[in-house]
Design a protein around this ligand. Structure first.
Ligand code: ADP
Ligand code: MG
Length: 321
């Protein structure tokens, strides 16, 4: 083990949403995860498992209900004030699935990409324009696209704009929240390749959120599997994909559409029985027990911890191990 702290580390990070009338959404419940410098960790799980909430809480877009986030060992604020974004914008940024759903449609592409620099740097307007022009080229667009509006671009081009908007801040750590799932299959690979090139040239560290496991396996060093707000398994991406340990991962991998000639499993036969429970009423014991084909009596009342599996690089939260 080396003495350098991980680039990014969350310790029992928790984010609950209080809906009032004693209804609390347990979106993220105690996630501990350490990401090394220049590592890519893929985060997978069904829709509603808390992936986006975790990513947003890590970068400070949500305050933390409990637990902590450290960047190179430095504790980040429990709740961000506007000045904190100024301080931390160069540490971490987030790329969204559709960066335009929440943006002002009257902002030009140049204003969208340059916004972070205008708010969080001392650069002059001319210097910001120069940087924006450079970034448009870097993501495969034209500098004179600056004066156009996002709706004039295709989905793939808009995602390139979203990538430029985040990376112009030269962050060290980036959360990519399903950056390609809204795109046509034909442009998905182009955007993935662009992210890969920028990752290499900038030395980025990434948390890559996606529900397409075969894509995550392809891009990630390690894969973390989330279920109902908690991690159930984490390990080297190929090992988790080809030899899943947790029954949930096994089913998730099995339901992945990619045909895999190496596997003897009958992928068509594996689907997840039952509904994901509501995060407002998280079941006692193992959260997955009500849908798990291998559930035992113990699973219904005792919560399994995420613990290292002997002789592997894997951590699994399951009473079978
Ligand atoms: P994923 O990204 O894995 O699909 P999310 O993090 O978006 O999951 O959501 C996790 C849970 O938290 C869901 O039940 C979702 O409805 C809930 N949730 C997310 N954001 C909010 C919010 N702002 N207020 C209340 N509930 C939320
Ligand atoms: Mg999401």
């Amino acid at each position: 083990m080396s003495d350098t702290p991980p680039l990014l580390e969350t310790d029992h990070l928790t984010k609950h949403f209080d809906l009032g009338r004693r209804q609390v959404v347990h979106a993220v419940d105690g996630v501990s995860l350490a990401i090394a410098e220049q590592e890519i960790v893929g985060l997978v799980g069904e829709s509603g498992s808390g992936k986006s909430t975790y990513g947003k809480t890590v970068v400070g877009l949500h305050d933390k209900t409990a637990g902590s986030v450290r960047f190179r060992g430095e504790l980040l604020p429990q709740a961000y004030r506007p000045a904190d974004f100024q301080v931390h914008a160069k540490k971490m940024q987030m790329i969204f699935q559709d960066p335009y759903s929440s943006l002002n449609p009257r902002m030009t592409v140049g204003e969208v990409i340059g916004e972070g620099l205008r708010l969080h740097s001392d650069l002059s307007a001319q210097q910001v324009r120069e940087q924006v022009a450079g970034w448009l080229k870097r993501v495969g667009l034209e500098p004179d696209h600056m004066s156009r509006y996002p709706h004039e671009f295709s989905g793939g081009q808009r995602q390139r704009i979203g990538i430029a908007r985040a990376l112009i801040m030269e962050p060290e750590f980036v959360v990519c929240d399903e950056p390609i799932s809204a795109l046509d299959v034909s442009v998905q690979a182009q955007v993935i390749n662009l992210l890969g090139e920028l990752k290499d040239s900038m030395g980025l560290t990434l948390l890559f959120i996606a529900h397409d496991l075969s894509m995550v396996r392809y891009v990630s060093d390690r894969m973390a599997v989330m279920y109902l707000g908690a991690l159930v398994e984490i390990g080297p991406a190929n090992e988790v994909f080809f030899e899943p340990k947790h029954p949930y991962t096994e089913i998730l991998v099995g339901s992945n559409p990619e045909p895999d000639p190496k596997s003897e499993r009958n992928r068509a036969s594996t689907t997840i029985a039952g509904e994901i429970p509501s995060p407002v009423n998280v079941p006692e014991g193992c959260r997955f027990a009500n849908r798990c084909p291998k559930a035992m009596e113990q699973c219904r009342h005792q919560t399994p911890e995420l613990i290292p599996l002997a002789d592997t690089n894997r951590e699994v939260a399951c009473h079978l191990y």
